[in-house]
Design a protein around this ligand. Sequence first.
Ligand code: C2E
Ligand code: CA
Ligand code: CA
Length: 551
Amino acid sequence: MGLREKVAEALISDTDDFFIYWDYQTGWKCSGGGCDSLEKEPIRQKGMLGLLDIVQDDDREICSLFLDRMQQGSKDANVFQPLPGKRFEVNLHLRNVDNTYTYYRIECHILKEEETGIMHRGVVEIMPLTQEEIYRLRLAENITNDKNPQYFAGGAAEIMASQPEKRFALIQFDVAKFKVINEQYGEDVGDEILRFFIHTLKIILRPDQLYARLTADVFMVLTSYTQEEEVYELIGKIDQNLSGYKGIPYTLFFGVCEVKDRSQKLRKYGDGAAFARQSIKGDALNHIAFYRDDMKQQAKTQKIVEDQMEHALENHEFVMFLQPKYSISRNRIVGAEALVRWIHPERGTIPPNDFVPLFEKNGFVIKMDQYIWEEACKTIRGWMDAGVEPIPISVNVSRRHLKDGRFVQVLDDLVEKYSIERRYLEIEITETVDQGQTQAGIDLLKEHGYTLLMDDFGSGYSSLNTLKDTQFDVIKIDRYFLQDFVRSERGQKIVEHTIRMTRAIGLELVAEGVENQEQALFLSRCGCDTAQGYYYAKPMPVEQFNERLKE
Ligand code: C2E
Ligand code: CA
Ligand code: CA
């Protein structure tokens, strides 16, 4: 029997469930029978709003949430649309005529939507939950219940068995830095947010999309899908509906793992989702990670690197290479950039891109950088002692340093220890979005008389606008900026204009990644005379660099 027929029947005869049917022209009608013990009078009088009169206090919040969403839902495409089967539901403790409370399921079916997207006709079915359902719900809601994973696995097995043709994925998510929210807003607010999550999940997920709260702020959702986009869509829906509770800023991190082999323990895939989620930490732009088979391997490698890094530093396995900067017009070395290499006893030379990002996450970059800075100072001292006219070496200062001013003291100490002039130790910093956080460090460097180079200009967030009132002295044009632009005439105009603008406001320029003569000549014509790139030389060990310097 279709829903319409069911409704029609319910309106004239007795059924087990209680129905509310409405359309916007005639208002609502309630069926004569069903749910005999339920106190139905308020609903008969006020329609769905009557629910608020008979809902148990603890469920009031979720009830209003449900009603709100039901009303706005049809307007707000992402909340209730696309709604498979156009059905949404909520479980509430409602008052009976004898003043006791029973746990009911309230299920709303949309019968018709006009083009405007406004819900015009609907039917709501109210039915008492079975003992089994109540048991499961309790488990799903109960935060500290250690049976949750067990229940989850059991429920998941059933759901998966019922849809043999579908693919399944586990989505695990948590709130980034939830601790901070607890500290800032109080644990009550933290709990409130988590309760809001549970309530909202209950409303936005399909009945066959199982969810559970695993620990404090970690949730798991099982979903079937055919195309991967559906998983992204679901995550988008969860993200949108769960974000911004009472205007509190927080971010959700999602890890996804496909259930590739149903004969395996579900736990394995749960671990995969957890693994993927944890891999996001520290990456501000990306909030979703899919588990990949090589992830575990990568983590192993990471672990090896982390186990070895301290020893490697003591063992002088980190080595400073120098890449010359050339004056294009004079064709001679005018400076150098210090670039680290890890000369590993077994694995050979490891390029910085394989370990610097990891060190930036785990903080080791602080020690490593300081080591390289000292190597740079030593080298400058060495030149002076050998009677060679020194040239400036620029060192990379990871953004990790900039959070407090201590690193400036480290630089000062080094400059003093090797008694070199500050102008010989130049500082490279990459510009990014959260400039506010690093401004203090930059100011301090400037105060202490260092020359500042803005690294990777044109690659990301930096733009002409950032140059307007910058503290930097030199702009390093990113190699991709150069390569991408020099190809087309329009691009050339942009590079040319950028160079002229930069010079006009009194800044110096270095072009990175210059790989051929054509590029060098073009840059020189535009007014950028300093170039660093493979066309002139690759980064090299200090001894080799010294040979070149002599020439
Ligand atoms: P970066 O600071 O932008 O350094 C320039 C990178 O471009 C270097 O890669 C250099 O070898 C490469 N390069 C130079 N000329 C050319 C060219 O003509 N063509 C091409 N394709 N590449 C060119 P490298 O040495 O592998 O360093 C990569 C990144 O690692 C650096 O980018 C920097 O972000 C980081 N890094 C390197 N050494 C250190 C360090 O001591 N401390 C910190 N914090 N980061 C470092
Ligand atoms: Ca650099
Ligand atoms: Ca660069």
